[in-house]
Design a binder for this molecule. Sequence first.
Ligand code: GDP
Ligand code: MN
Length: 383
Amino acid sequence: MDLYEYQGKRYLARFGIPVGRGTIADTVDAAVAASDELGYPVVLKAQVKTGGRGKASGVRVAADPAEAASHAEAILGLVIKGHTVRRLWVETAAEIAHEYYVGFALDRAAKLHLAMVSARGGIDIEDVAEKDPGAIARLEINPLDGLSASDAQTLTSAAGIGAEAREGVTDVISRLYRCYIEGDADLVEINPLIVTTTGEVRALDAKVTLDDEAAFRHPEWSEFAEAEPDDPRELAARAKGLSYVSLDGSVGIIANGAGLAMSTLDVVSQAGGAAANFLDIGGAADAEAMTDALEVVNSDTKVRAILVNVFGGIVRCDDVARGVLDALGRVQLASPIVVRLDGTHAAAAHALLEPHLSDRLVMAPTMLAAAQRAVELAAGAGR
Ligand code: GDP
Ligand code: MN
């Protein structure tokens, strides 16, 4: 489970990592009231579960109430990488002297934890990682040994953190490791970790992914799970037991199984298109699940074509075909739909669909052909 920034900061704070004071606001008025209460300058930050908010103008500093109002107005409703902003985190603005990066993640291949620290944090960390990987100090950590105080110091020096922040950053590294281990996270990242002009070190951002397998020993996590997702379609899909993720392209994807759904994303991009979502209907590709899935994807106005990619293993393709036809009778689709069905009883499925084919319902023999057709339709179609 990914946490929103404000939840992530609350999580970091439990382990003694300094974070700013702030409030959640979901209207312009609430944002201004929160800003007045905190005292200016404040920073208004889009709460969406994706990075790159700064570059998308989803993070803005306000010096007075008028500015807070206009920034809140501008950020609420903004779409960042397919996520619509419905809530803001309003925090006392920091005066930044330097931005650093600190993170821990699981290195599955090495079966070790990986620490990463850099003196060049901030919104361009991906560029740093790509063009100047040496600027990121790394340390593999054996979970049985843990991270010692001297390991934390080594990381701070190897990253070239300046003397003014060395002690504070080392302390945050040790605390963040505890948060990662005792907090049962798969990923914790602070970017930027800053030192202020007055020498205070604090986390300005937080990315925390909790390990869902550990939920049984964290009853307190229910507060995070209950927080509303930022996309109403994700909420609708979750209520129907479907796994849905919003993306920013124009091809709506419905597939059975997460692996196939991910491959479908790849093939759509190979065909020159981009997926509008990731929707896994799981094992039950029956009429009910197909109707639910089509309703969710159809409600997304970014979608210009829908690609249904189902491989029949246990599920029979003819059942899926019946499901698609039944669903088409119930849902008025705004976009054409391309269906690729292969596997168990595929021939029977094709025979069922054949009489209903049109320029709105297209069948394709392979995953690539289906993706190409869907991308063409998405490019050509008006909605
Ligand atoms: P991200 O772009 O989604 O990672 O969002 P961040 O929370 O990391 O914010 C992006 C950038 O906004 C940071 O790297 C800072 O440069 C800037 N920023 C965030 N909070 C503050 C603040 O309190 N004061 C100032 N001056 N800049 C801030
Ligand atoms: Mn950040």
